[in-house]
Ligand binder design. Structure first.
Ligand SMILES: Cc1ncc(COP(=O)(O)O)c(C=O)c1O
Length: 437
């Protein structure tokens, strides 16, 4: 259980933070001042010896837990043999491609390996355009697909766009179903998924008849774990298929057990043409992929797409090992089971405190939207920041506030979390929340 032995941040942490402020741009993020030294499973130690429980998994990366012994041993062994061979073939790369094809639906029979989630987004967009006549892509307000120009342009998250323009042309943006704050002022019981119907209107007004693809996340993580209502993705899948569009599902964040299924698309009756993977795929060593149909991917001629580090032997072996651990230790089932425990505790807190306005999530990824009061539903960014700071002081590491209004607490522990660790972390959170109120 976490042990805090210095005032936070401790003296060594303060020195490292000062060094960073002197030499690094502060553009990255706004996390609590935790300087990580080492981590094991769900536990993190800072450079001063303070111990924390982890609700971050890095940022939804270390699904198998930090420094899993089997993972470390395989990575060490591979590092001693071969780390990079550019796009020459290696055994781990071919094995990983085979494995990923075997655990995804049969129509996704090709695997293209790259390094970051953003690389995967860019690759999927390029593939969709190359395989189609058109070049326009329908995307969503609030979406996050990465920070390079193509990925940021596809995204609807304004923080990565403002001041960086002009963006890449060819993207149309539609409202995403954020039912807690419906953009159309409707309620779910009477709207008949109006936001799906609105797509035709949007396309008729904004498209030059060049639409080739739709890109979406299964839930919008960065925008505040915004989770569409039942039936939405089935409707979107049909809408895309009726128009002959490539349906791109961005599972960079949601895959490898995170939502209580190996892939989030398994929650829905849909058939995406391209699925992007990242984060939990490598579970620490950077690795990402686009899974796709041979109809799309076999169009790409040699040399048209590749990368220096994509599919390198080290990341491929790390990803293969992470998938093996997820399967052998039944981490998908654990995420689903622990997820129910988290949901029940959050609902109990909500019963007591109206400021916990909305609870959204699946498996081990939750967004808790904090508000001033139930009547106005005013977003409370200050309360959110206080909760996260209080949690840090108590030994619980939580990612900086997310959401369009920065009033959402993100909960994403490693999938190996035990019931005792889950309960302890929830006790710490509840105490931090009540102190912040
Ligand atoms: C849904 C989604 N897509 C793409 C990305 C970009 O991934 P990366 O930061 O590895 O480039 C992220 C990262 O948070 C993400 O959550």
């Amino acid at each position: 259980m976490p042990k805090i032995i210095t005032a936070l941040p401790g003296p060594k942490s303060q020195a490292t933070l000062a060094k960073s402020r002197q030499y690094e741009p502060q553009s990255m993020s706004d996390q609590v001042p935790l300087v990580w030294d080492h981590a094991e499973g769900v536990h993190i130690w800072d450079v001063d010896g303070n111990e924390f429980l982890d609700w971050t998994s890095g940022v939804l990366v270390t699904n198998v837990g930090h420094s899993h012994p089997r993972y470390v041993a395989e990575v060490q062994d591979q590092a001693s043999k071969l780390i990079n061979c550019y796009d020459f073939l290696s055994q781990p790369r071919a094995d990983l491609a085979e494995k990923l094809v075997s655990i995804t639906p049969p129509h996704l029979d090709r695997c293209f390996l790259v390094t970051t989630g953003t690389d995967a987004t860019e690759a999927a967009l390029r593939m969709a355009r190359r395989a189609s006549k058109g070049w326009e892509v329908l995307a969503f307000h609030g979406a996050f697909h990465g920070r390079t120009y193509g990925a940021a342009s596809a995204g609807g998250s304004m923080g990565v766009k403002k001041g960086f323009g002009p963006m890449v042309p060819g993207f149309l943006h539609a409202p995403f179903p954020y039912c807690y704050r419906c953009q159309f002022g409707r309620s779910l019981d009477e709207c008949d998924t109006f936001c799906l119907k609105y797509l035709d209107y949007l396309v008729s007004k904004e498209s030059c008849d060049e639409l080739c693809a739709v890109i979406t996340e299964p839930y919008q993580g960065g925008a505040g774990s915004i989770t569409p209502p039942p039936g939405y993705f089935e409707g979107l899948d049909k809408w895309a298929k009726d128009r002959g569009l490539v349906f791109i599902f961005d599972e960079v964040q949601s895959s490898f057990g995170r939502t209580g299924k190996m892939f989030a698309f398994e929650h829905f009756d849909i058939k995406p043409d391209l699925v992007t993977l990242g984060k939990g795929l490598g579970s620490g060593v950077p690795c990402s992929a686009v899974m796709g149909t041979s109809a799309i991917m076999d169009i790409l001629p040699p040399g048209s797409m590749g990368s220096t580090n994509g599919g390198n032997p080290l990341s491929s072996r790390a990803a293969l090992t992470a998938i093996g651990i997820i399967e052998d230790e039944q981490l998908v089932d654990n995420a689903a089971k622990m997820g129910e425990l988290f949901r029940a505790r959050f609902e109990a807190i909500q019963q007591k405190h109206e400021q916990l306005g909305d609870i959204r999530g699946m498996g081990l990824v939750w967004g808790l939207e904090l508000i001033t009061d139930a009547k106005s539903k005013g977003p409370d960014a200050d309360l959110t920041r206080r909760v996260i700071n209080n949690a840090f002081q108590r030994g619980l590491c939580v990612i900086a506030p997310i959401g369009i209004h920065k009033n959402v607490v993100r909960v994403a522990p490693p999938l190996i979390i035990s019931e005792a660790e889950a309960n302890e972390s929830l006790d710490l959170f509840e105490a931090a929340f009540e102190a912040a109120l």
